[in-house]
Ligand binder design. Structure first.
Ligand code: SF4
Ligand code: SF4
Ligand code: SF4
Ligand code: FES
Length: 953
């Protein structure tokens, strides 16, 4: 098979969006009979008949606008020459798109445009990739009669403030495609057309430059611009691409498809792929522009080893690094026992890479000491949804939101963390869907341009379960539940027990008001809105899972959805918004210590025998260590060696000092990554990893969509990550024999019921599919649980609210909660090494004006953040997004030490850390914390790379 397939150039721009009416209309265009859905424009109908009408202001990602007048046509029996982009097709129409009169009119229009356009086509960066140039050719324009001496816009200054694209107004034809893209596709409304007539021009914000405006650099306007007015700087610098490869973004769980456009092996542009099923041609600043880290000078491309973490690193060959790792791990296992070693997989890696690492640990290490970074984010989702429905995954596809009437966003901040899906949400909200935001902080979705949430329930951090119970109490006591759904789909005994519990007065909004801080009347009103629907969907994030009751809250959400029958069709559902690109996949692939792929327990004899037979090795029936247990065991002295692929536990996991102590206590830590990350400071072996551009494989996004990742360039370190794992496994004594990642997927499909029909060839043919994809659902499952739950009847678990032990006291009177920001991604290893840092150069502490004033803190002051676990310091930003008593920060920069203060408190069921609730005190300071001082010194030493010759001697 060919996975390096070139870009599908058959994706013709049909000028106006598709219409999906059930009624058809029949007409004739240039003598060709055409049948199209009612509402289809003449331009699109013509295009479907193979006739491309010249156009400039129209493009099929935007509603028609009708401003350029290039697409004129004649309609038999009608006067004039209507614009084909704004005229709907009607039964019996006879349309002419080409004749001398139309050609003359179009040439006249083009002549006017070109008379006010620089004549620098040959040296223009868009030469050969410019719709204005194409249209001038298409209409046969050969001369401009007006000359170029009159008033024009040719000397206007370029706006180069944005790090990724320029705005050159001298080339603008004021077609408004950029303005409409910003409104319709992105939903930011950063652009306007100011003034009128000849003076009309595109303006960012209030005549600001792009960088200072509301623009979030999604690139939709650049994509929509038919000229070189809005242009990627990388294309201006390097020229237009020669080839392209369709692949998948390696940042967040939306899983946007992109065309990686290249010259040779240099990427010059990432263009969102129009046929991408998760993004439909849209993107955010990270996927679209922040790929420069792949060639950053700090990237490590050679394996390195060192005896002690105080020694400088020494470059070695792949063979030496692998032999050294194997001998150390074997030595340690012989000395300390089979369970003294383990590994951690990453949600940044492909399904195939992750599957292989867990296989190596189970088959070659001979234990189940494998865990994944989902432990610290969405493990409660796995537990909670599996308990309620029998499947550890979200229920819908993203497109389902187009049928949603009430959108509940709980503990998620989609505009920052899942921006492309947030744009879909905002569009649906502008179309009239109602919104309920449950979040301690006033996130953007509470009020966006042209849309406002009906209810913002600004609960105190740590009280999700209380509020979910109060919502359910209202629905039940006001008799708003969907009894038919309950009778048919929910376990009756469970429902009875749950009903008796949730009806209790202590679960009422009035009783919970004291706990949550949210007025009972708002909770009641929100509950009625959700129950009424008709289609209500819940989207939630780490603000739900990263709590001591994370799993309980997930089950509370599932209970609400079952109570109101909001499952099993489009427009409804329970939808975890996964943080990293492959969180869903890393869990699906069997990365947890107690589960094989497909969430089957290691103690289940039949499942284990299936894997033993296929892998040809005896497997351990006992679950292995979770990440926090590995740390504890390391400190106790029984866990001595760790292999970490693509994950930076020293920065991302809570209570940094504890993690550092655990890593320091180990005898061999192996880190595989692109950069010397914070964990690598404690490592003895560094294996260079590859970027998404260098690999073949698959990522599974938040909607269970398995997307192909296609190799655009060869692996920079010489070996692909899956090849490294194979070599390691062989050195450990368990050889593997794959020739390509597609063979790993074949094995996954063979051994995992929900993946049975998936293969690289099938994905190549289908574009992408959502699991389950098997005999029952041969082309995948956009919506789950349509006729019944995977477990049979839905299970409504009791969800008693238990306050977290992490309480505020006189010493620690504020609650710190953490989150993400648009321009940075997770631990920042990638985005910090791009121009995205222009927007966010450090983690800051957001604090409410009252809390700041009480402590004498002004905007921009340096403040100490002190918790029971530790102390760090950062810059304070006064923000009324916060509620009094709650402060907020991000964790994208290691030196800010956000996780130095987070504690070891965890979810009762899964051990997921309670990042979202830490009792702290904030006070002004003029120094770095002790931890920051010590860490900075240590880091300088731990990063030293020695002379390669020394290693060879
Ligand atoms: S910047 Fe581009 S898209 Fe926007 S109005 Fe000008 S030519 Fe049209
Ligand atoms: S980059 Fe995106 S947000 Fe910025 S102006 Fe263009 S469309 Fe709007
Ligand atoms: S929304 Fe997520 S997947 Fe899409 S481009 Fe942005 S970071 Fe990438
Ligand atoms: S393309 Fe129809 S008016 Fe511009």
């Amino acid at each position: 098979m060919t996975v390096h397939s070139d870009i599908d150039r058959t994706l013709i721009d049909r000028g106006t969006p598709e219409r999906t009416s059930t009624q058809s209309v029949n007409l004739e265009i240039d003598g060709i009979p055409v049948t199209v859905p009612a509402g289809t424009s003449l331009m699109r109908a013509a295009s479907l008949a193979g006739i491309q009408v010249p156009k400039l202001c129209a493009t099929d990602s935007l509603e028609p606008f009708g401003s350029c007048r290039l697409c004129l046509v004649e309609i038999e029996g009608r006067k004039g020459t209507p614009a084909s982009c704004t005229t709907p097709a009607e039964n019996g129409m006879k349309v002419t798109t080409q004749n001398d009169r139309l050609a003359k009119l179009r040439r006249g229009v083009m002549e006017l445009y070109i008379s006010d356009h620089p004549l620098d086509c040959l040296t223009c960066a868009a030469n050969g990739d410019c719709e204005l140039q194409d249209m001038a050719g298409a209409v046969g324009l050969r001369e401009v009669r007006y000359g170029y001496d009159g008033d024009n816009h040719l000397n206007q200054a370029k706006d180069e403030s944005n790090p990724y694209f320029t705005f050159d107004p001298s080339k603008c034809i004021v077609c408004s495609r950029c303005v409409r893209a910003c409104e319709e596709v992105q939903g930011t409304f950063a652009l306007t057309i100011d003034e009128r007539g000849f003076a009309s021009h595109v303006s960012a914000g209030m005549n600001e430059d792009f960088l200072d405006s509301e623009c979030v650099s999604c690139g939709a306007c650049v994509q929509a611009c038919p000229t070189a007015t809005l242009m990627e700087k990388s294309v201006i610098k390097h020229g237009t691409p020669e080839r392209s490869v369709i692949t998948t973004c390696a940042y967040c769980g939306v899983g946007c498809s992109f065309e990686a456009e290249l010259q040779g092996n240099r990427v010059v542009r990432m263009t969102p792929y129009k046929d991408g099923k998760a993004n439909h041609g849209h993107s955010c600043v990270k996927g679209r522009f922040a790929w420069g880290y792949t060639t950053h000078k700090e990237r490590i491309t050679k394996p390195m080893i060192r005896k002690s973490i105080t020694d400088p690193w020494q470059e070695v060959s792949w063979d030496e690094a692998i032999a050294y790792t194997a001998s150390e791990f074997k030595r340690i296992q012989q000395k300390y026992g089979r369970g003294s070693i383990g590994g951690i997989t990453s949600s940044r890696c492909t399904n195939e890479e992750t599957y292989l690492v867990q296989k190596m640990i189970r088959a070659a290490f001979g234990n189940n000491n494998v865990d994944t970074c989902a432990r610290v984010c969405h493990s409660p989702t796995g537990y909670g949804l599996n308990t309620a429905f029998g499947t550890s995954a979200g229920t819908q596809d993203f497109d389902s939101i187009t049928d949603c009437d009430v959108i509940v966003v709980c503990g998620a901040n989609p505009t920052d963390a899942h921006p492309v899906f947030a744009s879909r949400m905002k569009r649906r909200i502008r179309e009239g869907a109602k919104v309920i935001v449950i979040d301690p902080r006033r996130i953007d979705l509470v009020r966006t341009p042209h849309a406002e949430a009906q209810y913002h329930l600004p609960l105190k951090p740590g009280t999700n379960v209380a509020i979910l119970n109060a919502l359910a109490h209202t629905i039940l006591t006001e008799n708003l539940q969907n009894q038919k759904f309950i009778d048919e789909r929910v376990d009756a005994a469970d429902f009875k027990t749950w009903t008796d519990f949730i009806r209790r007065p202590e679960n009422s909004p009035e009783a919970m008001e004291k706990v949550t801080g949210v007025p009972a009347s708002d909770i009641r009103a929100a509950a009625r809105l959700y129950a009424k629907g008709p289609n209500s969907a819940i989207y939630y994030g780490l603000g739900v899972t990263e709590h001591s009751q994370g799993s309980t809250a997930v089950m509370g959400i599932a209970n609400l959805a079952m109570l109101c029958g909001m499952l099993g069709r489009r427009g409804v559902g329970v939808n975890p918004l996964r943080g990293q690109n492959n969180v869903q996949g890393s869990c699906d692939m069997g990365s947890f210590p107690h589960e094989y792929s497909g969430y089957r327990h290691v103690s289940d004899d039949a499942t284990r025998q299936l894997f033993e037979k296929d892998w040809g090795v005896k497997l351990d029936p006992e679950p292995g260590l979770r990440i926090p247990n590995m740390f504890d065991a390391a400190i106790d002295g029984s866990f001595k060696a760790l292999y970490v692929q693509g994950e930076d536990i020293a920065q991302s996991d809570p209570n940094t000092k504890h993690v550092q102590a655990a890593l320091s206590a180990m005898e061999c830590v192996v880190v595989q990554d692109m950069f010397l990350n914070e964990t690598a400071l404690y490592a003895h072996v560094f294996l260079p990893g590859t970027s998404f551009l260098e690999k073949d494989g698959t990522f599974t996004n938040a909607e269970r969509r398995v997307n192909l990742v296609r190799k655009a360039i060869p692996p920079v370190p010489g070996l692909a990550d899956w090849e490294v794992t194979m070599k390691l496994s062989e050195a450990f004594g368990y050889p593997m024999h794959y020739k390509h990642p597609s063979e790993i997927m074949d094995e996954i499909a063979r051994l995992t019921p929900g993946f049975r029909n998936i293969s690289f060839d099938f994905l190549d043919k289908m574009n992408s599919v959502q699991w389950p994809c098997n005999d029952k659902a041969p082309e995948g499952s956009p919506v789950m649980h349509i006729n019944g739950f995977a477990r049979g009847k839905g299970k409504m678990e009791l969800t008693e609210y238990v306050p977290t032990d992490e309480r505020t006291t006189a010493r620690f009177p504020l609650i710190l909660t953490t989150g993400r920001i648009l321009s940075q991604y997770n631990v920042g290893a990638q985005t910090r090494r791009t121009d995205n840092s222009l927007w966010h150069q450090q983690d800051v502490l957001e604090i409410h004006p009252h809390d700041a004033e009480f402590r004498g803190i002004r905007n921009g002051d340096h403040v100490a953040v002190i918790s029971r676990a530790g102390e760090t310091s950062m810059t304070a930003v006064i923000s009324d997004r916060m509620q009094p008593g709650v402060v907020y920060t991000t964790f994208h920069f290691p030196d800010s030490g956000a996780n130095v203060v987070t504690t070891e408190s965890t979810d009762w069921a899964t051990g997921c850390p309670e990042y979202k609730v830490t009792a702290v005190e904030i006070r002004p300071t003029n120094r770095w914390s002790e931890w920051q001082e010590e860490y900075s010194d240590f880091k300088e030493k731990a990063l030293r790379i020695g002379d390669p010759k020394v290693a060879a001697e």
